[in-house]
Write a new protein. Structure first.
Length: 133
């Protein structure tokens, strides 16, 4: 893409915002697919490497799930691994996070306590769970 083309898109997006159209409507009208959305928003990465790295542990452990004694055991292992990867993506130490969750949730009925469940989400974890850089 040339700088001139991006400039033209920028001007057209400004015009569509003033007219009340969404960026998605503008992209559809101008035949710009989802693959080019990253050109419109600087926060969007132009590669999916981060996502690929997050999925890799699941691919590696896929065969391990075959050796679970039951379907419930395989499901539990997949849930724990999913939470672990989510914790890592949120910049938390998985050991510290699980320690925090298990000590905080002990003795509580989580199905009846929505506030506690919200407090236990990775985004609300205390600083002690954060990975220090």
């Amino acid at each position: 893409m040339s700088g001139m083309r991006l400039n033209e898109w920028s001007k057209q997006i400004d015009e569509c915002e003033r007219s009340g159209k969404s960026v998605q409507q503008w992209c559809e009208e101008n035949s710009i697919g989802y693959k080019n959305y990253y050109l419109l928003d600087g926060r969007i990465e132009c590669s999916n490497n981060r996502c690929e790295r997050s999925v890799k542990p699941f691919v590696i452990n896929r065969k391990n799930f075959l050796f679970a004694d039951s379907v419930a055991g395989a499901h539990a292992a997949a849930v724990i691994q999913s939470i672990t990867e989510t914790v890592k993506e949120n910049g938390l130490n998985p050991f510290e996070y699980f320690n925090y969750v298990f000590t905080t949730a002990a003795g509580h009925e989580l199905r009846e306590n929505k506030e506690l469940v919200t407090a236990l989400l990775p985004e609300n974890a205390p600083l002690v769970c954060r990975v220090s850089n």
